[in-house]
Design a protein around this ligand. Structure first.
Ligand code: PMP
Length: 460
């Protein structure tokens, strides 16, 4: 058996990786030719690769390392918990202290009466859980025909068969198909789809599509609406101010359940503990994952309000995962939440860092290829365009230019992702102002170099 370590030559690690490891959301044959970047260590907001490059991670991994890399406390808690009780399940009328403590803490942290926590391991699994919760809720209330969940095109709710159907990514639907009774309305992406409308009118129009869909599908059939307070993987689409109040009004009017998918927005990302607070909405169910443990352990949850819990509690809920409420993951999450709170990381990010990030990121708006720049809390995006005034698209497949800029980010030791032709950031909440300055310098350099390549390709 080959002993594989951080000290092996990069090419050898890349060769072994390509031989046996299938990467998510990747054309593996292309990656094999190029070789994957091998990350070996991380501290704060900085990743180190096998070549010794120090890379500023402006994506907090996959939007999850809110607390930053390298916190020993989480390693210690995890090792302590593994020694004491490495595993036990929460099926069959048993429980354990880490699950009790984390559920209690989440009930305390979340707003309103979101007081009841069902654990899973990933955002996808929690959203699958939500489909079961919603349909069981209406069955138990004697309205079993209420099964339809309305979502949005370009939403991301996960990668399992059910959660990807719930999401609105057409490429995923094309590969794995749909599940019954999911309906998608248009997204509130003014830059790409707003035409001549004002953002406010457009936000209202997009929200009112929910009411139209309820009436078309039949009020007696619609069970719930799900949305990310701010679409993340869809490109950090911050909806116009008119959007969420109207969605809330419609959910209230028709008595359908509102699910806020807070997998990215939760735990400080948008300038409050939860994106629902930033957007002023009152969900019946919240999906949380990622920042719950800052990515140090796989854990997620569906958090439901008293109304939903009262109905669900009266029946046997035929659902659960071997690792629902895994004690080590719960202990790590609890410690993560303690640090985020006691060190004032969430409040410091909201009050000090977010305004600074906004000012600096918006300064990129003067770049010839940058159109809209949007920031909420500690996440942001910029739209690349060949013409700022008409909000035009490039004369190439969507994502071609975004990919070209992302390649230059990589080359300049900055992790900034592209979603189509939008560039997105979501740095750890512990980033410093000096690191934000570095982020902006590298982003501008990547944009400049990308711009040269775009011009050379005849796309500008
Ligand atoms: N919901 C949202 C809003 C997400 O952003 C993601 C992941 N990016 C998921 C669900 C799925 O989470 P996971 O990858 O942990 O299954």
């Amino acid at each position: 058996m080959t002993q594989i370590t951080n000290h092996m030559p990069t090419e050898e690690l890349q060769r072994l990786d390509a031989a046996h490891h299938m990467h998510p959301f990747t054309t593996n044959d292309d990656l094999e030719k190029k070789g994957a970047r091998v990350i070996t260590r991380a501290k704060g907001v900085t990743l180190t690769d096998s070549e010794g490059n120090e890379i500023l991670d402006a994506m907090a991994g996959l939007w999850c390392v809110n607390i930053g890399y390298g916190r020993d406390e989480l390693a210690e808690v995890s090792s302590r918990q593994m020694r004491e009780l490495p595993y036990y399940n929460t099926f069959f009328q048993t429980t354990h202290v880490p699950a009790i403590a984390l559920a209690e803490r989440l009930a305390e942290l979340t707003p309103y009466d979101l007081n009841h926590v069902f654990f899973a391991n990933s955002g996808s699994e929690a959203n699958d859980t939500n489909i079961r919760i919603v349909r069981t809720y209406w069955q138990e209330k004697g309205q079993p025909e209420k099964t339809v969940i309305i979502s949005r095109k370009n939403a991301y709710h996960g990668s399992s068969v059910a959660s990807s159907a719930l999401g609105g990514m057409s490429g995923m639907h094309a590969q794995s198909g749909m599940i019954p009774d999911i309906h998608h309305i248009d997204q509130p992406n003014w830059w790409a789809e707003g035409g001549d409308m004002s953002p406010e009118d457009f936000g209202l129009e997009r929200a009112q599509q929910l009411e139209k869909a309820i009436l078309e599908l039949g009020e007696h059939k619609v069970a719930a609406f799900i949305g990310e307070p701010v679409q993340g993987a869809g490109g950090v689409i911050i909806p116009p101010s008119t959007y969420w109040p109207e969605i809330q009004r419609i959910c209230d009017k028709y008595g359908i359940l509102l699910i806020a998918d807070e997998v990215i927005c939760g735990f400080g990302r948008t300038g409050n503990w939860f994106g629902s607070q930033t957007m002023g909405i009152k969900p019946d169910i919240m999906t949380v994952a990622k920042g719950l443990s800052s990515g140090y352990a796989p854990i997620s949850a569906s958090i439901v309000n008293d109304k939903v819990a009262a109905v669900l509690g009266a029946c046997e809920f035929n659902h659960g995962y071997t690792y629902s409420g895994h004690p080590v993951a719960c202990a790590v999450a609890l410690e993560n939440l303690r640090i985020l709170d006691e060190e004032g990381i969430v409040s410091h990010a909201a009050q000090e860092l977010a305004p600074y990030l906004k000012e600096k990121f918006e300064s990129l708006g003067d770049h010839p290829m940058v159109g809209e720049v949007k920031v909420v809390g500690m996440m942001g995006s910029l739209a690349l365009t060949p013409d700022k005034t008409t909000r035009a698209k490039f004369a190439a497949d969507v994502g071609t230019v975004g990919f070209m800029v992302r390649e230059r980010c990589f080359a300049n030791n900055l992790i900034m992702r592209h979603v189509g032709d939008r560039m997105v950031i979501s740095p750890p909440l512990v980033i410093t102002k000096a690191e934000i300055d570095t982020l902006i310098v590298r982003a501008r350099k990547a944009l400049d170099e990308g711009y040269e390549n775009v011009k050379a390709a005849g796309l500008f």
